[in-house]
Design a binder for this molecule. Structure first.
Ligand code: PLP
Length: 369
């Protein structure tokens, strides 16, 4: 039996890439840590679930349609997004989660020797996809917990193809105002693409927070990401999208494989957008109240909190975040250790139901030295 010569077959940038190790299923974790219940506060999921209209679509999905390929370009969903956002449906590209559209963009614009620019402490997938595709990722330190516009511009050169800005930022909750974003877009000009990842925009209640999609006419080098995983509670179905100028999306579309977005996801996402039961408002109210409560309680414990927009906050602990993870898991609380986000000794907590916040606080008090 001849082994494949992996040293020759696999590019160095793949061989040297540290694979991401996904968490075990809940049932396995509960056995492993001996906890009878589990609060999932690690992935910024919506504890209220999908909007009622989307739940109804999932419940009524005809089992026989499991045999049918979905619409290859999420036809009806793109029409609805176009209508709501005031863009042509052809400006919308739907993917298997926003994670997939990150790869579409990098594949469309970058070749070896090119680079992307983003922040060091933000959603890591921009950097990961670039690096395992053989593209340099320039990660710029945050300034006052926010994206540093001037430093990102200074780090760009003639091989910079895409700048990624997470607005609001996961995990710090910082955001760029409309004014700051448009000044950045003006400075970048037409030689580069600016991606604004708005995964958490539906949670933001600030007056000066920009809807990136409304800026596309003025800035055709802008690409905006959205997801149904967070506010719309459809993370299990994996669906997200990007919006850009027609010519730009026409290029990006070449790099995407059709049929990656399943039928249930397309129909549930469409229903989520049309739901009129106040699900978004209920979720915002819940998150706002949990943020205020948790921040105050953590500050009483004299723990440094970083909180802003989004359905999460981060807190610095006087112990290692990975040790805190294991100890909290034994109490049935799953949080996100932040070492992977370059925040050692910090944990991120999803803002959710009062009982989950109470359970987290009680467990945290147990494990603090
Ligand atoms: C969760 C998240 C995404 C990806 O979401 P999908 O589940 O892949 O749609 C993208 N960007 C940020 C900042 C996120 O937190």
């Amino acid at each position: 039996m001849t082994q494949p010569n992996l040293d020759r077959l696999v590019p160095a940038y793949v061989r040297e890439f540290e694979p991401y190790i996904p968490s075990k299923p809940d049932a396995e974790l509960m056995k492993l840590y001996g906890c009878p219940r589990l609060f999932r506060l690690n992935n910024n999921e919506n504890p209220l679930g999908p909007p009622p209209a989307a739940q109804e679509v999932i419940r009524r999905f005809p089992p026989s349609q499991g045999a049918l390929y979905p619409s290859g370009d999420s036809y009806y969903l793109r029409q609805a997004i176009g209508e709501i956002q005031g863009v042509d449906p052809d400006q919308v590209l739907v993917g298997n989660g926003a994670n997939e559209v990150i790869a579409f963009v990098i594949k469309a614009f970058c070749e070896p020797g090119d680079n992307i620019v983003t922040a060091d402490r933000t959603f890591a997938v921009y950097e990961w996809v670039a690096v395992f595709s053989g593209i340099e990722a320039r990660v710029i330190p945050l300034k006052d917990e926010g994206f540093d516009d001037a430093a990102m511009l200074a780090a760009s050169d003639e091989r910079t193809k895409v700048l990624f800005v997470c607005n609001p930022n996961n995990p710090t909750g910082s955001y760029w105002s409309r004014e700051k974003l448009t000044a950045f877009l003006d400075a970048v000009g037409g030689e580069r693409i600016v991606v604004v990842d708005e995964a958490y925009c539906e949670f933001v209640e600030k007056e000066d927070f920009p809807n990136g999609i409304s800026l596309l006419k003025a800035y055709p080098n802008l690409v905006v990401f959205r997801t149904f995983s967070k506010m719309y509670g459809l993370a299990a179905l994996r669906i997200g999208y990007l919006v850009g100028a027609p010519e730009v999306v026409d290029m990006i579309r070449r790099t995407c494989v059709v049929y990656s977005v399943n039928r249930v996801a397309q129909e549930a996402a469409l229903a989520a957008l049309k739901d009129d039961t106040g699900h978004v408002q209920r979720t915002r109210d819940l998150v706002r109240e949990s943020r205020a409560f948790l921040r105050e309680e953590l500050e009483k414990l004299r723990l440094p909190v970083i909180a802003g927009e989004g359905n999460y906050l981060i807190v610095k602990l006087p112990l290692s975040d990975t040790l805190a993870y294991r100890k909290l898991m034994r109490e049935g609380i799953m949080i996100r250790p932040m070492t992977g986000f370059r925040y050692p000794n910090h944990i991120r907590i999803t803002l959710g139901l009062p009982e989950a916040m109470e359970a987290f606080l009680a467990a945290l008090k147990e494990i603090l030295p």
